[in-house]
Design a protein around this ligand. Sequence first.
Ligand code: 8YV
Length: 314
Amino acid sequence: MAEARPRVWVSQPLFDDIVGRLGEWFELDATREVTAWSQQAIADRLRDADGAVVTLNERIGAEEVAGAGRLRAIANVGVGYNNLDVAALEARGIVATNTPDVLTETTADMAFALMMAAARRITEGERWLRAGRWTQWSFDTMLGGDVHGSTLGILGMGRIGQGIARRGALGFGMRVLYHNRSRLPERIESNSRAAWVDFDTLLAESDHLVLVLPYSAQTRHVINASALAKMKPGATLTNIARGGLVDEDALADALANGRLASAALDVFEGEPAVNPKLLALDNIVLTPHVGSASLATRRAMASLAVDNLIAALG
Ligand code: 8YV
């Protein structure tokens, strides 16, 4: 009798042609509609699976894999993997993979787009115009801050941070500072045109601060009221990493009282719910976690996740 083929679960619709490749190797259980999976439903899906492709929407830890006796690999579509409890997976011999590199430049582009939109009040101006409030051109309408020639601060200096640094230094003549737990080798610093500074200096000197660091229990609310108070008055804050890095209530206060000029957030602590205090502000750009969402990059991410799963189960 032929050996049964391994089974794989794909938690969200990705691209049919890419996900379909899994069908050449495995019994495929591919989700056809965007689904908010409960913890129990994830556990049920994983129970008979040998592998899975998941997104940031699916939190997978000890409870979800407790009954998954055959599960050998989880391929996360995304570079961040705080949705996975890697220690719990490792303890059961389950391999976890992610999708670095393929999204670096696209996500760095988005960080720049957000930072510029915040500095130059682009979405605020558009809302104002659409609301019919532009009745007379005036010299001081929507005055913002400059990006070129200013100081760019990058918190977290992995691949995406380095891409943002290059854009800032080479494209916009910015002075680039970064802070990371460990200082990068000189070669990477000089390729990125970025100088390491301590956290407080980064806060104090950045005109535009961008968050690109991984989210963990240690980095939760790294930008809290005390960090915000140390930021340069009139600076902007852009977050393209994970919402939980920022204390959103404290940020809302800093934006409401003018301590910060503006902010741009692509990620939120309780996403897809957005803190109503942020929604009530004008000086903030809000996007729905689309940092890597170019068609080419999303296809590359799905493809890499599929390749990762095939390799891990191979
Ligand atoms: C993904 C992301 O869209 O890669 C990441 O860490 O946040 C996004 O690029 C998301 O993870 C999809 O699962």
